[in-house]
Write a protein that binds this ligand. Structure first.
Ligand SMILES: *Cc1c(COP(=O)(O)O)cnc(C)c1O
Length: 376
């Protein structure tokens, strides 16, 4: 028993080295920010850094963008704002898109976090807190212009207009809404939402407007308002689906080979033997699976790359590993610890998302915590 335990310990010590390396190019991120800022001027670009900056690290991303002039940061949840707020200078604003949750009001006011007010009930609670703390509190007002997700409904607007006539202790910085189909310039929904936003701007002319996400920026000036809220475009993914991507890639993912073997024709590969080799085949097992954000739907469809050569994924994607056919590579090319490209010059986020039957957002935000993150 003792001997077995000792053996296990020494084996673990041997297995050093990361299973995968997720590299994040902060200079490319900054260039994407500057590119969008240039397109938007005189409107400003905020940065949407929710979900840990789409998985890339909200702290690193936000501080880098602050250094390039960004002063407006949007997260989805209050806990994200609590973590980010102290990492940025006081002249940066941190907004919570999901609104003002009951129980968070005091902490929100104390922490200098700005809620996006999504209902009259949230407005009343924020006004009550302003009274309690005895000072004016900032807020953003979100309106639903046709997505039915978050924001004040059309019937709330007359009530709000009345509330705004009396002293309420809230400084509204701007009004906002979110586009549901901005990645598709041909969608009629963009024009419908734009028309609704114009009505809101006319009803509340005292407040400036924030409207566009990444896709919205490329729909043109009428969608810009004073402040756009790009997320995915900053991180290098295409803002408009099906069109050429004007953004620079920010992420690269390489995963380590953990086993290489050659098998004869007729060999079953992976769970449930969904793949059976038709000839002698060299297989490599790589150290990432669906627990690392590479969806099961890539089984038998996706690929990884080495030296620009496509290595198809064979059989099912496992939790911690994927088997790829490496027969087309020189025999001694891959060894234990060799890295293969999952995301990089040969395979974009859009490519892998298409093979997996999903969108780049889901791939990016799903990339797990087991990769070593390297910031360049
Ligand atoms: C996520 C989000 C964004 C950013 O969207 P992208 O498509 O990633 O640019 C902007 N505004 C709101 C309200 C969001 O929820």
């Amino acid at each position: 028993m003792d001997g077995v335990l000792r053996k296990t310990t020494s084996c673990q010590a041997d297995a050093a080295g990361p299973s995968g390396i997720l590299s994040i190019d902060l200079a490319a991120l900054a260039r994407n920010y500057e590119r969008l800022s240039g397109d938007l001027a005189p409107a400003k670009a905020a940065a949407v850094v929710k979900a840990d900056a789409y998985g890339l690290g909200a702290d690193r991303v936000a501080r880098r963008l602050y250094a390039h002039g960004c002063r407006y940061f949007f997260v989805a949840q209050f806990t994200e704002a609590l973590a980010l707020r102290p990492r940025l200078s006081a002249d940066a604003a941190v907004f919570v898109l999901n609104g003002l949750q009951p129980g968070n009001e005091q902490a929100c006011a104390r922490g200098g976090i700005i809620p996006v007010i999504n209902s009259l009930e949230q407005w009343r609670r924020w006004a009550a807190v302003a009274k309690e703390v005895g000072r004016r509190l900032p807020a953003v007002l979100q309106f639903d212009t046709g997505m039915s997700r978050l924001g004040l409904a059309p019937e709330d607007r007359p009530v709000l207009a009345e509330l705004l006539k009396t002293e309420n202790g809230i400084d509204v910085l701007f009004v906002m809404s979110h586009l549901a189909s901005a990645d598709d310039p041909d969608s009629v929904q963009n024009g419908d939402q734009q028309a609704e936003m114009e009505c809101i701007a006319a009803e509340f002319p005292q407040f400036p407007v924030s409207f566009a996400n990444s896709g919205g920026i490329f729909l043109g000036k009428t969608f810009h308002g004073i402040l756009a809220r790009p997320g995915i475009a900053l991180y290098g993914s295409a803002p408009t689906s099906g069109a050429e991507n004007p953004m620079e890639p920010v992420v690269r993912l390489d995963v380590a080979v953990v086993q290489v073997r050659t098998v004869p024709a007729g060999t079953r590969v992976g769970y449930s033997a969904t793949h059976v080799t038709t000839g002698e085949t060299r297989l490599a097992t790589i150290a990432a699976g669906y627990a690392d954000g590479l969806p099961r739907s890539l089984g038998g469809r996706g690929a990884v790359y080495c030296d620009g050569v496509r290595l198809p994924i064979v059989g099912r994607v496992s939790m911690d590993s994927i088997i790829v056919d490496v027969s087309t590579l020189p025999e001694d090319r891959l060894r234990l610890g060799s890295l293969v490209e999952v995301l990089g010059p040969n395979q974009t986020l859009e490519d892998i998302a298409r093979d997996a039957g999903t969108i780049s957002y889901e791939i990016l935000t799903g990339l797990g915590q087991r990769y070593e993150r390297q910031y360049r």
